[in-house]
Design a protein. Structure first.
Length: 255
């Protein structure tokens, strides 16, 4: 009797899975070109410490780990083609191009040690970072039920990372002005992954919220001029962002 009950339960589960896999999506997905606008808050990864070779033949200068200002505005614009699969599993697949932009973030460091010597801890420092990216992107809903659909996404592309506005602030009035590192823009390979939840208001209009992690490559200040020549590159970091995003997608289909 017990074996029979287990067999009945197993058979019921299999039938339910088959039903889900062959069921139609409840919003009748449409295919067509789409536009997508997203707005969110981006949190940059915190930079570590580093060294700079300022004067050849002398010990390098050392700058402490810095702190990046908390969340900055991120905006995204995407365009591409949506494939409506019209069944329960993977009912929507979006293939497109995504442009993303983060607003300026401020980087603050407490300590800049000349020649890596504690007695020459004469400056604090700050500068700004910002980035924009262009990705070839893909997004797919995993399942869809009454308009609600969890999704996953990914993108590959490149970033333009800018470090600018370096200021070294003396910790005592008698200290001479610090070095001035030049602004610098760096092009990098970039990638991203994400997940979230779509709400298909209609087959052509979708609201969504989600999380994205992006690796954007490096952002470093340029060199500074000294009496003995130019330094190596200035302070900087490897950029990565954690983004909480809200958005709207419209598909130009027939409904």
């Amino acid at each position: 009797m017990q074996k029979r009950c287990l067999l009945v339960r197993f058979s019921t589960l299999v039938l339910l899975l088959i039903g889900f896999m062959t069921a139609d999506a409840t919003t009748d997905p449409q295919s067509g070109f789409y536009l997508d606008l997203g707005v969110g808050v981006a949190y940059y990864s915190q930079p570590g410490a580093g060294d700079i070779n300022v004067v050849p033949g002398f010990q390098t200068d050392h700058y402490s780990a810095a702190h990046v200002s908390s969340g900055v505005l991120e905006t995204e614009l995407s365009a591409g083609y949506q494939i409506g699969m019209k069944h329960f599993w993977f009912p929507y697949i979006n293939l497109g191009i995504t442009f993303a932009n983060q607003a300026n973030a401020n980087v603050n460091g407490n300590d800049y040690l000349e020649f890596q010597l504690p007695e020459f801890n004469n400056y604090s420092y700050q500068y700004n970072i910002k980035s924009w990216q262009l990705f070839a992107s893909v997004k797919t809903d995993i399942v869809e039920w009454h308009g609600l659909a969890p999704y996953i996404s990914a993108g590959l592309g490149f970033s333009q990372n800018m470090a600018s506005g370096y200021i070294a602030t003396p910790k005592a009035p008698i200290v001479q002005p610090g070095l001035v590192y030049a602004n610098k823009t760096t092009a990098n390979f970039a990638w991203r992954v994400g997940l979230g939840l779509d709400y298909h208001v209609t087959p052509l209009m979708t609201l969504y919220t989600g999380y994205e992690y992006s690796d954007l490559g490096d952002a470093y200040l340029g060199s500074a001029e000294t009496a003995s020549g130019s330094t190596g590159r200035g302070p900087g970091q490897h950029l990565a962002t954690n983004v909480w995003l809200f958005g709207f997608t419209y598909t130009f289909g027939h409904y």
